[in-house]
Write a protein of this length. Structure first.
Length: 72
C-alpha cells in the first residue's frame, strides 16, 4: 500500500536525508520525498502497521533533520 503525507522541510538536501532515513525504516518498502511539493510517498511492506511504521519514520527523520515535520 502507498500513502502520501504532507511534510515540512527547509532544503532539498534535508529532503534527501529524510528520504534515506525513511527508506531504511523497518516496514517501509520504499519512500520518496519531494522537496518542491513538500510531500512524502511511502510504500509499506506487506503486513506492516502503517501508523506504527510512520511513527518510526518520523523518529528516524528527526534524527537527520530535527526540525522536519511529517503530517500524519
Amino acid at each position: 500500500m502507498k500513502k502520501t503525507y504532507g511534510i515540512e522541510v527547509d532544503c532539498a538536501n534535508c529532503a534527501n536525508l529524510m528520504e534515506e532515513a525513511a527508506g531504511r525504516t523497518e516496514g517501509v518498502k520504499s519512500a520518496i520525498v519531494n522537496f518542491m511539493t513538500q510531500k512524502m510517498i511511502v510504500e509499506f511492506a506487506e503486513g506492516s502497521d502503517e501508523k506504527a511504521v510512520m511513527k518510526e519514520v518520523l523518529r528516524n527523520c528527526k534524527k537527520v533533520e530535527e526540525d522536519c515535520e511529517i503530517y500524519l
